[in-house]
Design a protein around this ligand. Structure first.
Ligand SMILES: [Zn+2]
Length: 115
């Protein structure tokens, strides 16, 4: 019984860490957008997947970026970088996949740089 709670706690804290990484990438992308100089209409944003070591550039137009940012639970990732245990796919295109967090919703709203 106690062990189960312990395991749940550990799982939750690692999920929180994943959500925090993603929130951090979102902060970085807000800065990229501020200084963006679109080439052929697209800007090289940072993939917003849960992997803290991911440094893949994902090109989005500013309109596409704004559409993702319209929901605080949405993130765009390089196709294949989605983690289906903690997020589900909202939409897919050739260049990027939009995912929505299943967990830590309160956390994502609290850390929304536009809140
Ligand atoms: Zn990634």
């Amino acid at each position: 019984m106690l062990r189960r709670i312990d395991e749940e706690k550990r799982m939750l804290s690692s999920l929180e860490r994943l959500a925090r990484n993603q929130a951090l990438f979102r902060e970085v992308n807000e800065r990229i957008k501020e200084v963006a100089d679109p080439v052929d209409g697209a800007v090289d944003f940072l993939c917003e997947c849960s992997d803290p070591d991911c440094t893949v550039n994902t090109p989005l137009t500013l309109a596409e970026y704004e559409a993702v940012r319209s929901d605080p639970g949405w993130f765009f990732v390089e196709p294949g970088h989605e983690q289906l245990e903690i997020e589900h796919v909202v939409s897919e295109s050739e260049r990027f996949t939009v995912v929505e967090k299943r967990l830590a919703e309160g956390f994502l709203e609290q850390t929304d740089p536009r809140a």
